[in-house]
Write a protein that binds this ligand. Structure first.
Ligand code: FES
Ligand code: FES
Length: 248
């Protein structure tokens, strides 16, 4: 008849020395089974065990514990190897929680590695004055200043502007609430029609006047070539730039 605990019988090679209930021993079922197996092995008979037991502090219990410990060590090798390689992966990863200097303020924000500045400004920081038109560096609606230079924020990775000064249209107003001279000049010259392109036009004009405070009309036209106005109000915007240049 097959023993209900046949796995232990297999270990022992003989049922003669099987414990009645392997799970009830002081060292648990596995140790009890292995110990039973040791006793039954013909190659490790009483004379051999007696010789080993006579060697210093050796005991069957210590021997069995050594086997179990070596098994744990071997099975843990893959885990330890992966743990050793983990610091290298972390070193190559991009930190997501970063600080940005936007309009003179430090803003902490969670940024994905492939996130554009336009997305961060609009949807993480709530600065919706920066518009998204084409989202592929063609229309200029998303223009912002980075360290005083105009950039398309739809085509700038946010992770690349850490430590730089970012200025959006929301940051042009003075502390007392006055509009920037370019903003006021655009109003005076009736630049905005639908107004969608206006923030980008304003930022491009501000960038131009920072670099060239007294441009000719043709220089201004060239500088504004990257900003499309679907309403076609280019001359009004140019009038505004020339007026702002006189007043700044
Ligand atoms: S939205 Fe960036 S250039 Fe058009
Ligand atoms: S004012 Fe309408 S797109 Fe320029």
């Amino acid at each position: 008849m097959i023993e209900s605990n046949s796995v232990y019988a297999g270990l022992a090679g003989s049922s003669a020395s099987l414990p009645k209930n392997p799970g009830s021993g002081p060292d648990g079922p596995i140790e009890s089974a292995i110990e039973a197996s040791m006793c039954a092995q013909p190659s490790l008979g009483e004379s051999s065990l007696g010789w080993l037991e006579s060697r210093g502090n050796w005991s069957r219990r210590n021997f069995i514990k050594g086997i179990i410990a070596s098994g744990v060590a071997v099975s843990g090798v893959p885990y330890l190897a992966s743990a050793a390689s983990r610091p290298a992966l972390q070193a190559g990863a991009v930190e997501r929680l970063i600080s940005l200097n936007v309009n003179g303020q430090t803003r902490r924000v969670d940024v994905l590695p492939n996130e554009t500045l336009a997305m961060t400004l609009r949807y993480k920081l709530g600065l919706t004055g920066t518009k998204l038109g084409c989202d592929r560096a063609e229309c200029g609606a998303c223009t912002v200043l980075i360290d005083g230079v105009t950039h398309y924020s739809c085509s700038t990775l946010t992770q690349r502007v850490r430590g730089k000064e970012i200025q959006t249209v929301e940051g042009l107003e003075s502390a007392s609430g006055e509009l920037h001279p370019v903003q006021q000049a655009f109003i005076d010259e009736l630049g905005p029609q639908c107004g969608f392109c206006t923030p980008g036009q304003v930022m491009a004009a501000v960038g131009l006047l920072m670099e060239n405070p007294d441009p000719t009309r043709e220089e201004a036209r060239q500088a504004m070539a990257g900003n499309i106005c679907r309403c076609g109000n280019y001359d009004h915007y140019l009038n505004g730039i020339m007026r702002a240049a006189r007043e700044v």
